[in-house]
Design a protein around this ligand. Sequence first.
Ligand SMILES: [Zn+2]
Length: 243
Amino acid sequence: MFRKSLCALALSFALVSVGNAAALVEPTLHLKLQRGGGRVALTLDACGGKTDTRILSALVENSIPATIFVTGIWLKRNAAAVEILRAHPNLFELENHGGRHIPAVDTPRKIYGISSAGSPDAVQAEVESGAAALASAGGPAPKWFRGATAEYSPSAIAMIRKLGFKIAGFSVNGDGGSLLGAKETARRIAAAKDGDVIIAHINQPTHAAGEGVVQGLLALKQKGMTFVRLDDAEDVGNDGTTD
Ligand SMILES: [Zn+2]
Protein backbone atom coordinates (compact mmCIF):
# COMPACT_ATOMS: atom_id res chain seq x y z
CA MET A 1 0.00 0.00 0.00
CA PHE A 2 2.78 2.38 1.03
CA ARG A 3 4.74 1.43 -2.03
CA LYS A 4 1.78 2.08 -4.28
CA SER A 5 1.16 5.58 -2.95
CA LEU A 6 4.88 6.35 -3.28
CA CYS A 7 4.60 5.41 -6.93
CA ALA A 8 1.61 7.68 -7.33
CA LEU A 9 3.59 10.47 -5.65
CA ALA A 10 6.55 9.92 -7.97
CA LEU A 11 4.21 9.95 -10.95
CA SER A 12 2.64 13.24 -9.91
CA PHE A 13 6.10 14.81 -9.54
CA ALA A 14 6.98 13.54 -13.00
CA LEU A 15 3.85 15.17 -14.43
CA VAL A 16 4.66 18.46 -12.72
CA SER A 17 8.16 18.50 -14.18
CA VAL A 18 6.81 17.71 -17.67
CA GLY A 19 4.44 20.66 -17.21
CA ASN A 20 7.33 22.96 -16.32
CA ALA A 21 9.45 21.76 -19.23
CA ALA A 22 6.63 22.68 -21.60
CA ALA A 23 6.56 26.37 -20.58
CA LEU A 24 5.24 28.41 -23.47
CA VAL A 25 7.03 31.27 -25.19
CA GLU A 26 5.66 34.40 -26.86
CA PRO A 27 8.50 35.34 -29.22
CA THR A 28 9.30 38.90 -30.18
CA LEU A 29 10.15 40.11 -33.68
CA HIS A 30 11.93 43.30 -34.73
CA LEU A 31 13.14 44.73 -38.01
CA LYS A 32 16.89 44.98 -38.29
CA LEU A 33 17.69 48.67 -37.85
CA GLN A 34 18.93 50.56 -40.86
CA ARG A 35 20.54 53.91 -41.52
CA GLY A 36 17.86 56.49 -42.04
CA GLY A 37 15.51 54.43 -39.87
CA GLY A 38 11.88 55.17 -39.29
CA ARG A 39 10.50 51.80 -40.39
CA VAL A 40 7.78 49.67 -38.82
CA ALA A 41 6.00 46.51 -39.96
CA LEU A 42 2.25 46.26 -39.55
CA THR A 43 0.99 42.70 -39.13
CA LEU A 44 -2.74 42.03 -38.95
CA ASP A 45 -4.32 38.75 -37.95
CA ALA A 46 -7.47 37.45 -39.62
CA CYS A 47 -8.27 34.66 -37.16
CA GLY A 48 -11.83 33.88 -38.18
CA GLY A 49 -15.03 35.92 -38.33
CA LYS A 50 -15.38 38.81 -40.75
CA THR A 51 -13.38 41.68 -42.23
CA ASP A 52 -12.87 45.05 -40.56
CA THR A 53 -13.42 47.20 -43.65
CA ARG A 54 -12.53 50.34 -41.64
CA ILE A 55 -8.96 49.04 -41.51
CA LEU A 56 -8.85 47.51 -45.00
CA SER A 57 -10.15 50.70 -46.64
CA ALA A 58 -7.73 52.89 -44.68
CA LEU A 59 -4.79 50.73 -45.77
CA VAL A 60 -5.80 50.93 -49.44
CA GLU A 61 -6.67 54.66 -49.38
CA ASN A 62 -3.43 55.59 -47.62
CA SER A 63 -1.20 53.06 -49.41
CA ILE A 64 -0.08 51.48 -46.15
CA PRO A 65 1.55 48.07 -46.73
CA ALA A 66 0.75 45.26 -44.31
CA THR A 67 1.41 41.58 -43.72
CA ILE A 68 -1.92 39.81 -43.18
CA PHE A 69 -1.96 36.50 -41.30
CA VAL A 70 -5.02 34.57 -42.48
CA THR A 71 -6.51 31.26 -41.42
CA GLY A 72 -8.20 28.71 -43.66
CA ILE A 73 -11.48 29.51 -41.89
CA TRP A 74 -11.22 33.25 -42.59
CA LEU A 75 -10.22 32.72 -46.25
CA LYS A 76 -13.34 30.64 -46.83
CA ARG A 77 -15.73 33.22 -45.34
CA ASN A 78 -14.23 36.44 -46.68
CA ALA A 79 -13.96 36.07 -50.46
CA ALA A 80 -14.64 39.76 -51.17
CA ALA A 81 -11.87 40.90 -48.83
CA VAL A 82 -9.47 38.30 -50.24
CA GLU A 83 -10.15 39.72 -53.69
CA ILE A 84 -9.24 43.22 -52.48
CA LEU A 85 -6.05 41.93 -50.84
CA ARG A 86 -5.04 40.06 -53.99
CA ALA A 87 -5.83 43.10 -56.13
CA HIS A 88 -3.11 45.07 -54.27
CA PRO A 89 -0.03 42.83 -54.29
CA ASN A 90 2.11 45.96 -53.88
CA LEU A 91 0.47 46.55 -50.47
CA PHE A 92 -0.46 43.17 -49.04
CA GLU A 93 1.57 40.08 -48.21
CA LEU A 94 -0.62 37.14 -47.12
CA GLU A 95 0.88 34.73 -44.63
CA ASN A 96 -0.13 31.63 -42.69
CA HIS A 97 -2.18 31.90 -39.47
CA GLY A 98 -3.09 28.19 -39.51
CA GLY A 99 -5.86 26.11 -41.00
CA ARG A 100 -8.26 26.22 -38.06
CA HIS A 101 -6.83 28.80 -35.62
CA ILE A 102 -5.50 26.24 -33.17
CA PRO A 103 -2.53 27.23 -30.96
CA ALA A 104 0.77 25.67 -32.13
CA VAL A 105 1.47 23.97 -28.82
CA ASP A 106 2.22 20.25 -28.95
CA THR A 107 0.98 19.33 -25.48
CA PRO A 108 -2.69 19.45 -24.46
CA ARG A 109 -3.55 22.66 -22.59
CA LYS A 110 -5.65 25.80 -22.87
CA ILE A 111 -4.30 29.20 -23.89
CA TYR A 112 -6.68 32.14 -23.39
CA GLY A 113 -9.43 29.52 -23.24
CA ILE A 114 -8.52 27.96 -26.62
CA SER A 115 -7.47 24.28 -26.69
CA SER A 116 -3.96 23.76 -28.04
CA ALA A 117 -3.19 21.47 -30.97
CA GLY A 118 -2.02 19.03 -28.29
CA SER A 119 0.42 16.87 -30.27
CA PRO A 120 3.24 17.31 -32.80
CA ASP A 121 1.05 15.80 -35.55
CA ALA A 122 -1.75 18.26 -34.81
CA VAL A 123 0.67 21.23 -34.89
CA GLN A 124 1.94 20.03 -38.26
CA ALA A 125 -1.63 19.65 -39.57
CA GLU A 126 -2.50 23.20 -38.43
CA VAL A 127 0.56 24.69 -40.18
CA GLU A 128 0.22 22.67 -43.38
CA SER A 129 -3.54 23.14 -43.73
CA GLY A 130 -3.08 26.90 -43.35
CA ALA A 131 -0.48 26.91 -46.13
CA ALA A 132 -2.70 24.71 -48.30
CA ALA A 133 -5.66 27.06 -47.85
CA LEU A 134 -3.51 29.99 -48.99
CA ALA A 135 -2.19 28.03 -51.96
CA SER A 136 -5.70 27.14 -53.10
CA ALA A 137 -6.72 30.81 -52.79
CA GLY A 138 -4.01 31.64 -55.37
CA GLY A 139 -0.94 33.81 -54.93
CA PRO A 140 2.55 33.08 -53.67
CA ALA A 141 3.26 30.38 -51.08
CA PRO A 142 3.47 31.70 -47.51
CA LYS A 143 6.89 31.96 -45.85
CA TRP A 144 5.79 33.07 -42.39
CA PHE A 145 3.63 31.39 -39.79
CA ARG A 146 1.96 32.88 -36.75
CA GLY A 147 0.03 30.49 -34.52
CA ALA A 148 -3.28 31.30 -32.87
CA THR A 149 -2.62 33.22 -29.58
CA ALA A 150 1.03 33.80 -30.72
CA GLU A 151 2.22 31.41 -27.99
CA TYR A 152 4.23 28.28 -28.74
CA SER A 153 5.98 25.40 -27.11
CA PRO A 154 9.71 25.52 -27.97
CA SER A 155 9.49 22.06 -29.59
CA ALA A 156 6.64 23.29 -31.83
CA ILE A 157 8.79 26.26 -32.90
CA ALA A 158 11.59 23.89 -33.94
CA MET A 159 9.13 21.78 -35.89
CA ILE A 160 7.53 24.73 -37.71
CA ARG A 161 11.00 25.96 -38.70
CA LYS A 162 11.72 22.49 -40.13
CA LEU A 163 8.52 22.74 -42.16
CA GLY A 164 10.13 25.78 -43.80
CA PHE A 165 8.39 28.70 -42.11
CA LYS A 166 9.76 31.62 -40.13
CA ILE A 167 7.66 32.42 -37.09
CA ALA A 168 6.22 35.89 -36.72
CA GLY A 169 6.45 37.30 -33.24
CA PHE A 170 5.86 41.01 -32.66
CA SER A 171 7.14 43.86 -30.50
CA VAL A 172 4.05 46.08 -30.12
CA ASN A 173 0.75 44.54 -29.05
CA GLY A 174 -1.42 47.12 -30.76
CA ASP A 175 -4.96 46.09 -29.88
CA GLY A 176 -4.69 43.54 -27.05
CA GLY A 177 -6.36 40.78 -29.06
CA SER A 178 -8.80 43.41 -30.47
CA LEU A 179 -10.24 43.85 -26.96
CA LEU A 180 -8.80 47.29 -26.15
CA GLY A 181 -10.69 50.52 -26.60
CA ALA A 182 -10.10 52.79 -29.59
CA LYS A 183 -8.09 55.37 -27.64
CA GLU A 184 -5.65 52.94 -26.04
CA THR A 185 -5.20 51.05 -29.34
CA ALA A 186 -4.44 54.30 -31.18
CA ARG A 187 -1.99 55.33 -28.43
CA ARG A 188 -0.08 52.03 -28.55
CA ILE A 189 0.21 51.96 -32.34
CA ALA A 190 1.13 55.63 -32.64
CA ALA A 191 3.94 55.04 -30.11
CA ALA A 192 5.68 52.43 -32.32
CA LYS A 193 9.39 53.10 -32.81
CA ASP A 194 11.87 52.39 -35.58
CA GLY A 195 12.16 48.61 -36.05
CA ASP A 196 8.92 47.67 -34.31
CA VAL A 197 6.61 44.93 -35.54
CA ILE A 198 3.01 45.78 -34.64
CA ILE A 199 0.30 43.16 -34.19
CA ALA A 200 -3.43 43.95 -34.41
CA HIS A 201 -6.56 42.29 -35.82
CA ILE A 202 -8.50 42.85 -39.04
CA ASN A 203 -11.33 40.39 -38.35
CA GLN A 204 -13.44 42.18 -35.70
CA PRO A 205 -15.48 44.86 -37.48
CA THR A 206 -17.72 45.49 -34.45
CA HIS A 207 -14.89 46.12 -31.97
CA ALA A 208 -13.84 49.65 -30.98
CA ALA A 209 -10.19 48.63 -31.35
CA GLY A 210 -10.45 48.72 -35.15
CA GLU A 211 -11.12 52.45 -35.10
CA GLY A 212 -8.03 52.89 -32.94
CA VAL A 213 -5.93 50.83 -35.38
CA VAL A 214 -6.82 53.28 -38.16
CA GLN A 215 -6.11 56.36 -35.99
CA GLY A 216 -2.79 54.96 -34.80
CA LEU A 217 -1.63 54.10 -38.32
CA LEU A 218 -2.55 57.52 -39.67
CA ALA A 219 -0.62 59.13 -36.80
CA LEU A 220 2.46 57.03 -37.64
CA LYS A 221 2.16 57.92 -41.30
CA GLN A 222 1.89 61.61 -40.45
CA LYS A 223 5.11 61.33 -38.40
CA GLY A 224 6.83 60.11 -41.57
CA MET A 225 7.14 56.47 -40.51
CA THR A 226 7.67 54.03 -43.39
CA PHE A 227 5.67 50.79 -43.38
CA VAL A 228 7.32 47.61 -44.62
CA ARG A 229 6.10 44.03 -44.95
CA LEU A 230 7.91 41.19 -43.24
CA ASP A 231 9.34 39.95 -46.53
CA ASP A 232 10.68 43.41 -47.43
CA ALA A 233 12.92 43.73 -44.39
CA GLU A 234 15.50 41.78 -42.47
CA ASP A 235 13.66 40.50 -39.43
CA VAL A 236 15.14 39.38 -36.14
CA GLY A 237 13.13 37.12 -33.86
CA ASN A 238 14.11 35.47 -30.59
CA ASP A 239 13.44 31.91 -29.33
CA GLY A 240 14.81 30.45 -32.59
CA THR A 241 11.93 31.84 -34.67
CA THR A 242 13.85 33.34 -37.61
CA ASP A 243 17.48 32.13 -37.56
ZN1 LIG B 1 -5.51 34.76 -34.41
